[in-house]
Design a protein around this ligand. Structure first.
Ligand code: 13P
Length: 288
């Protein structure tokens, strides 16, 4: 079938009280690992592509071609979306031109009037093209691809305004942070999440910074309308750890252990395990 819009998989998740994982990809190994686990667990899946990762993979067209070809060659039957993660206004247009069927426009760093204006324009374009669109209110804390947010708590009224523009899904800051959570992190702010949910009503919400949030908080967030959870750092950390272990054990020096297909195998397996655990936690298993 090839890549699709994320709209129907996320509406289904929202209505049935589970969340679909967005796992960010960086290369072929990442993509293959995530697709294979999604198929194994019969789970819908979203492959997140940041602008930096898109550039690294030589452009959005390469990403679309790679994922579509892999869906065919690996016989992937579950719904797969490729989603631009934290897209700029220009980046969103480029991703649409390259065939993305799902994008995020992150206008959270603009004054709200400008965020509204740009989101509105992109919503109109996406609606015409049958593409799902995520918008953001209240920057997500931490650092991602050089973009730094301060971990704001989103204003529920602003969430209502942006949601009413017709976005498919809405990312709202509720104390979540990209990257590793500091030891003194206060946790997700469910009071704010409840207030946002009451205002946006039927718009599914997105939880960014999905790495390292305690399981009970993830479940509570899902019960309050979160239907998409983004995970990146955890996959990166386990990939690096497994690769380091392989090298520190001197495996690359044994026989043909330097072959990249062998060298990258432990890291790839480690990513698979994280994806499995998250899909089970998010409740998306057997929901394809
Ligand atoms: P983490 O890297 O913290 O998992 O966050 C991922 C994310 O939110 C991508 O948008």
């Amino acid at each position: 079938m090839g890549i699709i819009s994320a709209e129907s998989m996320l509406n289904k998740a929202f209505q049935n009280g589970y969340a679909v994982g967005q796992f960010n990809i960086n290369n072929l190994e990442w993509t293959k690992a995530i697709l294979l686990v999604a198929e194994e667990l019969k789970s819908p899946v979203i492959l997140g592509v940041s602008e930096g990762a898109g550039k690294y993979m030589t452009g959005y067209k390469t990403v679309v071609a790679m994922v579509n070809a892999m869906i065919e060659s690996l016989n992937i039957s579950v719904p797969v979306a490729v989603h631009l993660d934290h897209g700029t206004y220009e980046g969103a247009k480029k991703a649409l031109d390259a065939g993305f069927k799902s994008i995020m426009f992150d206008g959270s760093h603009y004054p709200i009037a400008e965020n509204i204006e740009k989101t509105k324009e992109l919503v109109a374009i996406c609606k015409k093209m049958g593409v799902s669109i995520e918008a953001e209110v209240g920057a997500i804390g931490g650092e991602e691809d050089g973009v730094t947010g301060n971990g704001e708590l989103a204003d529920p009224e602003e969430c209502k305004t942006i949601a009413s523009l017709g976005v498919s899904i809405l990312a709202a800051g509720i104390g979540n942070i990209h990257g590793k959570y500091p030891a003194n992190w206060k946790g997700l702010n469910f009071e704010v999440l409840r207030a946002i949910k009451a205002k946006v009503n039927e718009t599914p919400l997105v939880l960014h910074g999905g790495s390292g949030i305690p399981d009970h908080m993830v479940k509570e967030a899902i019960s309050l309308g979160v239907a998409k959870i983004n995970v990146n750092t955890e996959c990166q950390v386990v990939f690096a750890e497994a690769t380091r272990k392989y090298i520190e054990a001197g495996k690359d020096l044994e026989s043909k252990g330097f072959d990249p297909r062998k060298l990258l195998a432990p890291g790839t397996e480690a990513i698979k395990q994280v994806v499995r655990e998250k899909m089970i936690l998010f409740g998306s298993v057997n929901q394809a």
